[in-house]
Write a protein that binds this ligand. Structure first.
Ligand SMILES: N[C@@H](CCC(=O)N[C@@H](CS)C(=O)NCC(=O)O)C(=O)O
Length: 82
């Protein structure tokens, strides 16, 4: 980012929004960190076969980080169980 490589023509061909992270899996370009994590984890030993556990993983991936920061500021604690 410091060198503005993400704004180069080559990078924009992978991601017109010129954002990182951007995955290049042998010409398959994928953007958005959560989509990339999900793609890499699918069919690997990183992802559970348990449907409910998968749902919890997705819950954490899709959790709104801005909301998390607000929770921290007001001191809300919570736990996530299977
Ligand atoms: N929703 C995207 C957001 C990606 C994003 O905001 N990337 C920022 C860095 S954290 C970026 O590449 N900024 C450079 C720019 O927009 O020019 C994701 O989760 O991957």
């Amino acid at each position: 980012l410091d060198k503005n490589e993400h704004r180069s023509t080559n990078f924009r061909q992978m991601n017109p929004l010129h954002q990182v992270p951007t995955l290049d899996d042998n010409g398959f370009f994928l953007t958005d960190s959560h989509a990339i994590i999900s793609y890499l984890a699918t069919n690997s030993n990183l992802m559970s076969n348990d449907r409910r556990l998968q749902a919890r993983i997705n819950q954490l991936l899709f959790f709104d980080f801005e909301l998390f920061k607000i929770f921290c500021e007001i001191g809300v604690s919570f736990s996530i169980e299977k």
